[in-house]
Design a protein around this ligand. Structure first.
Ligand code: FES
Ligand SMILES: [Fe+2]
Length: 472
C-alpha cells in the first residue's frame, strides 16, 4: 500500500501527546500560524550517497544552484553606514555586499576588472573600492573613477560599461540581507513565499545579533544542515534532554517555500514510554539543569505543569525587552523549538528561540563546511551593535563560545557525529541514505528542491514544484 499525504496527516505518528494537543492546553492565545498542519509525503526512496561525496555533484551545486539562488549574506545592521561592506563567500566565489550613499545595498562579484584580484578580503568600511594590486578604484556605486596612469588605458575609457562593477541581485527581508549572484533573479519575495507571512507575528527585524559563532566541520554542508532538520536524533545524540523534550512528537510541516519542525518542550519524550514516571517537578529540574542535592529556584505548584511554569518564567525573561506583548504570547512560543528552513541553507527560528543557522561549503571543498549560529535577540532602547563573529576551527570546542550558553554542549554532541557520517558515507556499500517518511520529511523536501535545481529527480519521487528559479 502506498503512503500518501493523508496517511501522514492522520496515521503515521508517534504515540503520546501531539503538538496540537499541547496547543489545546495552552494557557495563552495561540497564533494561527502554529495551528497550521501541512504534512507532506515525498516518497520513501533512498537519496544517493553521491549527493554528499561526489565532486561532480558539488560542481553541479555550485554552477546550477549556488550561482543562481537567493542566499542570506548578512544582517542590515552589519552594514549600517554608506561604505560599510561585508565579504560573502560561497564555494570558491566571493561577493561584496555594500551599503550605498542613498541607504540601498548593492552586491558585486569581489573581483577587480583590471587583472582580477579580489577587491576586499575582510569586512570593513571604505570611501571608495580601490584594488590593492595596481590601484584601479571604483565609487561605492560601482562606477570606475580612477585608473593610475590612465594614459596607458585609452581602451578602458572606450568601454565604460565593461569597467563598471557588475551587480548581483540584492534584497532584504526582516533585517536579513539576501544576495543572488544572478542579476536577473526572480524576486526574493517569490523565493521566501509563505515564510514572510509566517514570521509576521515574530518581528525578526527588531532584533540584534547578540551572538555569531562559526565552526568548520569536516563534512559536506548538507550532512551538517540535515543534523539540524529533525529531532529524531535526540534520543541517541542528546539523551540528557529526553526527560523534557517531545522529540518524536515533533510536528513537521512543509509549505510552499518553507518547512518547519516544531519540537515541543516541557513534555517528556514518547521514547521513554508511558510508565517513565517522570514528575512535573523532575521535568522542571531537568530543564533548569538542577543537580541532585541542589534547590530549584522555583517549584511546580499543584495543578500546574512544568511546561506552564517554565513558559511563565520565560515570559518574565523577555518582558524587559518586549514589554507586555509577552502576555499575548502562547506557552508554545515560550517553550517550543520553532525551527523553520528556507532552501537552500537558511534556518530562522520563530518566536524568541533566537537561533538562525546557516550552512555553506567551506570554500570549494565538498567534504568540509562552515556552520554558523546567529542569536537574534530582542532589545529595549537603542539597537546594540552586532556581536563579532567567533570563529571556531575544525578542532575547537563549541564551549569556547561563551555566548551559546547551555546550547554549546548540545552543538558539541551534534558535531561529534558529522565527520563520522562523512567517513561512513565514503565507506559504505549501500548506495543511498534512508530517511523516515515523516520525522525526516524536511530533509526529503530539501533534497527534492535540490534535485529540481540540479535537474536530478532520482532521489525523491514527488516534487513540490515550488522552487523559485532564476530565469537563467
Ligand atoms: S588587478 Fe586590480 S588594479 Fe590591477
Ligand atoms: Fe541535535
Amino acid at each position: 500500500m502506498t503512503t500518501t499525504d493523508a496517511d501522514l496527516d492522520t496515521g503515521a505518528r508517534s504515540p503520546g501527546v501531539s503538538y496540537q494537543d499541547l496547543l489545546d492546553a495552552d494557557t495563552h492565545p495561540v497564533p494561527d500560524v502554529l495551528r497550521l498542519e501541512s504534512a507532506k509525503y515525498f516518497g520513501s526512496e533512498d537519496v544517493p550517497i553521491e549527493r554528499y561525496t561526489s565532486r561532480e555533484w558539488h560542481r553541479k551545486e555550485v554552477d546550477q544552484m549556488w550561482s543562481k539562488v537567493w542566499q542570506f549574506a548578512c544582517r542590515e545592521e552589519h552594514i549600517p553606514k554608506a561604505g560599510d561592506y561585508i565579504v560573502y563567500d560561497i564555494a570558491e566565489h566571493s561577493f561584496l555586499v555594500m551599503r550605498q550613499e542613498d541607504g540601498s545595498i548593492k552586491s558585486y562579484p569581489n573581483a577587480c576588472l583590471h587583472r582580477g584580484r579580489q577587491l576586499k578580503e575582510y569586512d570593513g568600511h571604505c570611501s571608495e573600492i580601490r584594488c590593492p594590486f595596481h590601484g584601479f578604484a571604483w565609487q561605492l556605486d560601482g562606477q570606475l573613477h580612477d585608473v593610475p596612469a590612465a594614459w596607458d588605458f585609452p581602451h578602458v575609457d572606450q568601454r565604460p560599461d565593461d569597467f563598471t562593477l557588475p551587480e548581483c541581485s540584492v534584497d532584504t527581508w526582516a533585517g536579513f540581507v539576501f544576495i543572488n549572484p544572478d542579476p536577473d533573479a526572480a524576486p526574493l519575495s517569490e523565493h521566501l513565499g509563505d515564510t514572510m507571512e509566517h514570521f509576521e507575528v515574530w518581528d525578526l527585524e527588531n532584533r540584534f545579533v547578540e551572538g555569531h559563532v562559526s565552526r568548520v566541520i569536516e563534512a559536506n554542508w548538507k550532512i551538517a544542515q540535515e543534523a539540524f532538520c529533525e529531532a529524531y536524533h535526540v534520543n541517541a545524540t542528546h539523551p540528557q534532554i529526553l526527560t523534557y523534550l517531545g522529540d518524536t512528537n515533533s510536528q513537521v510541516d512543509v509549505f510552499g517555500q518553507c518547512a518547519r519542525v516544531i519540537t515541543p518542550g516541557g513534555t517528556p519524550s514518547p521514547l521513554l514510554g508511558d510508565d517513565s514516571g517522570i514528575s512535573e517537578q523532575e521535568m522542571l529540574r531537568s530543564m533548569l539543569d538542577i543537580r541532585v542535592g541542589q534547590e530549584a529556584p522555583f517549584d511546580v505548584p499543584d495543578g500546574k505543569t512544568a511546561r506552564q511554569v517554565a513558559a511563565a518564567a520565560s515570559r518574565e525573561r523577555w518582558r524587559p525587552m518586549v514589554g507586555d506583548r509577552v502576555d499575548q504570547m502562547s506557552d508554545s512560543e515560550m517553550m517550543d523549538s520553532l525551527d523553520y528552513t528556507v532552501f537552500p541553507n537558511f534556518h530562522p527560528w520563530g518566536a524568541f528561540n533566537r537561533i538562525v543557522y546557516r550552512f555553506r561549503p567551506n570554500g570549494d571543498d565538498h567534504r568540509s563546511c562552515i556552520m554558523e549560529v546567529f542569536f537574534l535577540s530582542p532589545f529595549a532602547g537603542d539597537r546594540p551593535p552586532p556581536a563579532e563573529e567567533v570563529k571556531l576551527g575544525v578542532h575547537d570546542d563549541w564551549n569556547n563560545a561563551a555566548v551559546l550558553g547551555m546550547l554549546a554542549k548540545v552543538f558539541q554532541q551534534d558535531v561529534f557525529n558529522m565527520a563520522k557520517v562523512q567517513k561512513g558515507l565514503e565507506t559504505t556499500r549501500k548506495p543511498g541514505v534512508t530517511f523516515s517518511n515523516y520525522q525526516e520529511s524536511k530533509i526529503r523536501w530539501l533534497h527534492t528542491l535540490l534535485g529540481e535545481w540540479l535537474n536530478d529527480d532520482v532521489a525523491v519521487s514527488v516534487g513540490t514544484g515550488a522552487a523559485a528559479r532564476s530565469t537563467l
